[in-house]
Design a protein around this ligand. Structure first.
Ligand code: SF4
Length: 288
C-alpha cells in the first residue's frame, strides 16, 4: 500500500484510505456516517470534502465539521434548495461550489455569491461553460452584489496584477508532485481530468518509490520544461504565464480560443483600471 510523502495533497474516495501524514481531500462522501467517519479518521489531515448537492439531503449538520474546504457540486438551479437547508452551517466554512451547469448559471451564481460562497467553474467542461463565459466574467467584474470570488477568474486576476505567481495548474489543484488523485478503482494520477484522459502514474498497491519512477510522473514534474522542449505553441502564447499550457497538455490541437479570450478580457479590465488610476493621478496633480 502506497504511503505518500507528507508534503502532498491527496484526493481520494472513502474506499481508499490514505496512510501517512499528507493532506487529504475526500470526494464521493454520500452521507452523514461517512462524513463523520472520514473526519474521525483523518482529523487535522483532512483539508477538504467534496459532495454532490443532492447528497446534502443525507447530511444532518455540518456545524461541527472542521475542514478547511467544503466543495459542493451543483448541477441545476433545483440543487439550491439542498444548500438552502444547511446554509447557516455552510456560510461559516470555506465553502466553494463547483458548478456543473451552464443553465440558469447567473441565477445560481447570484444566489451563492450573495452568501459569500466561492464559485469554481471547471475550464475543462468547455461545452457547458463556453456559451456563458462572457456573461460570467461580466457578472463577476461588474455586478455589485457579488461578494465572493468566482474561480478561476479571481486567481487569474491576482496573477495578472502580480499578487501571486500561480498558473491554472495550481488554481485547479493539479500541481505536479504535490497533488495526487486516487480513482474509485485505486489508480493514481494527477487529478480527475487526468483520470478522464486515461493518464495514470500507478496504483495504490505500489510503493511510493515505484510510483515516482513512473515515466509520465517524471515527465510532468516540470510542465514548463516540457512545453519548451517540444517548442509548443503555448510558449509563444501571451497567456502562458497564467495558463501554463493547461488546455494543450493532452492535445496540441485542443481549442483554447475561448479561454484566450477570457485571459485577454481580464487583462483588458486591469489595463482599464490602471488607465483610470493614472488619469485620476494626473487630474489630482493638475488640481494642486
Ligand atoms: S491559452 Fe492555449 S496556447 Fe495559450 S498557454 Fe494556454 S493552452 Fe497554450
Amino acid at each position: 500500500m502506497i504511503v505518500f510523502p507528507g508534503n502532498t495533497r491527496i484526493t481520494t474516495t472513502p474506499s481508499f484510505p490514505v496512510a501517512g501524514s499528507s493532506k487529504v481531500c475526500v470526494y464521493d462522501v454520500n452521507d452523514q456516517a461517512t462524513l463523520d467517519q472520514q473526519c474521525q479518521f483523518y482529523k487535522e489531515r483532512l483539508c477538504g470534502i467534496e459532495l454532490d448537492a443532492e447528497k446534502l439531503e443525507r447530511i444532518k449538520s455540518l456545524a461541527n465539521i472542521r475542514i478547511s474546504t467544503l466543495r459542493i457540486c451543483v448541477s441545476s438551479l433545483d440543487d439550491l434548495h439542498y444548500i438552502d437547508r444547511l446554509i447557516q452551517d455552510i456560510k461559516g466554512k470555506n465553502t466553494a461550489v463547483i458548478l456543473k451547469t451552464g443553465k440558469d448559471i447567473l441565477r445560481v451564481v447570484n444566489y451563492l455569491t450573495g452568501f459569500r460562497i466561492k464559485i469554481l467553474i471547471s475550464p475543462v467542461e468547455n461545452e457547458i461553460f463556453i456559451p456563458v463565459l462572457d456573461e460570467l466574467i461580466d457578472f463577476y467584474m461588474h455586478q455589485t452584489t457579488v461578494r465572493s470570488p468566482i474561480e478561476p477568474f479571481h486567481s487569474i486576476l491576482q496573477t495578472m496584477i502580480n499578487l501571486t505567481r500561480i498558473t491554472l495548474w495550481d488554481i485547479l489543484q493539479e500541481k505536479p508532485g504535490f497533488d495526487f488523485y486516487i480513482t474509485g478503482e485505486g489508480k493514481i494520477t494527477l487529478s480527475k481530468r487526468w483520470a478522464e484522459n486515461g493518464r495514470y502514474f500507478g496504483s495504490t498497491n505500489q510503493s511510493w518509490d515505484t510510483l515516482r519512477t513512473d515515466k509520465l510522473f517524471q515527465k510532468i514534474q516540470n510542465p514548463n520544461k516540457l512545453f519548451f522542449a517540444e517548442q509548443s505553441e503555448c510558449v509563444f502564447c501571451p497567456h502562458f504565464t497564467q495558463c501554463g499550457g493547461y488546455f494543450k497538455i493532452f492535445n496540441a490541437d485542443a481549442d483554447c480560443k475561448p479561454w484566450k479570450k477570457v485571459f485577454a478580457t481580464l487583462q483588458e479590465e486591469i489595463q482599464n483600471v490602471r488607465r483610470i488610476l493614472t488619469e485620476y493621478g494626473k487630474t489630482e496633480k493638475t488640481a494642486k
